[in-house]
Design a protein around this ligand. Sequence first.
Ligand code: S3P
Length: 436
Amino acid sequence: MSSRIRASGGGPVVGSVRVPGDKSISHRAVMFGALANGITEVEGFLPGADTLATLAAFEQLGVKIERISDKKLIIHGVGLQGLTESEQPLDMGNSGTGMRLMAGILAAQPFASTLIGDHSLTGRPMARVLNPLAQMGAKIESAEGQRPPLRFSPVDSLKAIDYSLPMASAQVKSCLLIAGLYADGVTRVTEPAPTRDHSERMLRGFGYQVTTNGSQVTLSGGGQLSGCRVQVPGDISSATFPMIAALITPGSELLIERVGINPTRDGVLRILAKMGARIEQSNLREEGGEPVADLRVFSSELKGIHIGGDLVALAIDEIPALAVAAACAEGTTTITDAAELRVKESDRITSTVSGLKLLGVDAEERADGMVIQGSPMHGGQVDAAGDHRLAMAFAIASLRAEGAVEILDCDNVVTSFPNFVALMSEIGLDLELINS
Ligand code: S3P
């Protein structure tokens, strides 16, 4: 059983909206709040399936978390040494971030635990965290091919390592920094290209000393986190859908308020600017250690460009939506250096290109990306492959398609953007969620 979205275009895209809280920051707020001493108050929390799975995992590990409203939490932190064993496995659902960051915590505990996930997560590679954690002294068993479930044996201590990431991954960086909180000595992580730095910023907000020097992040184990107040900004990855919807629909003007524009997350803004998008930033401020702005988006004539190099990691979750923008642009867009897309919630190179082709777009897969020609689109039936970002990208494609787009396998939209259909309908899209 799974839900479908029937997208019948619509537009112009107008009004003023706030998208749900940032998924990456919401996960970290729950994790660091749970591991801190004292109370942490989280506002703007994303009540999505992924972040709720993280919340439930900490409740299983003995942490009291009050849900004052769907977006406001009070976390009664137990301190780094205060978690207790869960009899049941911890189910991280669809969430790679949940599983990989939790691995950094559970690897260091004096009790056993097991992490499980859904079908998609069970197929995703965990070697990237299991190998460096083993070097730190963790004892973790996994299924064939170093996939979940992950079974953690109790350990007395971990030792710090100096690790160069083989791929640009904030999940792996964060996992190792979290394990480093528990390790004897100084943990150093060096990244091949900049990735989102929410863990570093938030650890500092919890009073932990973290040093960033170019591509290297360093911390010493043995300190403590102090509970604090975390204000979660709107998720730029979610904002991308209404943003591109407005850009590709003639006559649109949309205000998206309170969007996180951290420079390690704003690749989508830089890429769209190069494509000729008119997006005005205003009311720039800092909230909870993260830069935030209001974005005013106007429909724009986009042109095809090359998207590659370091920019890709700064926009990694936005590529499916950017591919739709590319299909609506004049000329050719070439995306390179994006092989990581193959190990996301779906193989996003294959699933994006297959869907666009079904809508009449001239698109082609490459090993590390795709080539998309600006093309007229027609309606049709496409498969989101259980991937939230694909479902939402195809829904906005309908704004430029002749005929309705029916999108299959959309249940996981709730992982990151639970009110997607309602919010997009408010600003002019004609979307219908069909539960079968
Ligand atoms: C995330 C990091 C990225 C991103 C994911 C969230 C995070 O994954 O795709 O949605 O919160 O650290 P990788 O680290 O695998 O690139």
